[in-house]
Design a protein around this ligand. Structure first.
Ligand SMILES: [Zn+2]
Length: 113
């Protein structure tokens, strides 16, 4: 499963950070998942506790926030919400759009003990 390998790499990063901070336990993990990142937050919610088993992050509270996709028009510079990968500028009709958010998968914060 795609999400399981992502969950494992998140837990890797989290446990590395805990080690660096000499923390004995990770009690909370806060993630930000873009709605068009290709990662299902529901699957992550299921996979993360499994990936965290027998690590310092076992039993940590998970907070997953989904971020809405947004695009920026390269013609007129305005930003607007997007509902998929393909969008047209709402203001000038340009198709030259960059995705500025919605594809991210970020560890926003971790709580250490
Ligand atoms: Zn525009």
């Amino acid at each position: 499963m795609h999400e399981m390998s992502i969950a494992l790499s998140i837990i890797d990063a989290v446990t590395a950070k805990a080690e660096e901070e000499k923390a004995g336990k990770v009690t909370g993990i806060e993630l930000e998942v873009g709605r068009i990142s290709g990662v299902q937050s529901e699957s992550l919610r299921f996979c993360l506790p499994v990936a965290a088993k027998n690590t310092v992050a076992e039993g940590a509270d998970l907070a997953i926030r989904e971020t809405e996709p947004a695009g920026k028009c390269e013609e007129c510079g305005r930003r607007f919400p997007m509902d998929g990968f393909f969008a047209r500028c709402e203001f000038c009709g340009s198709l030259d759009i960059s995705i500025v958010s919605g594809r991210e998968l970020l560890i926003k914060s971790i709580t250490l003990e």
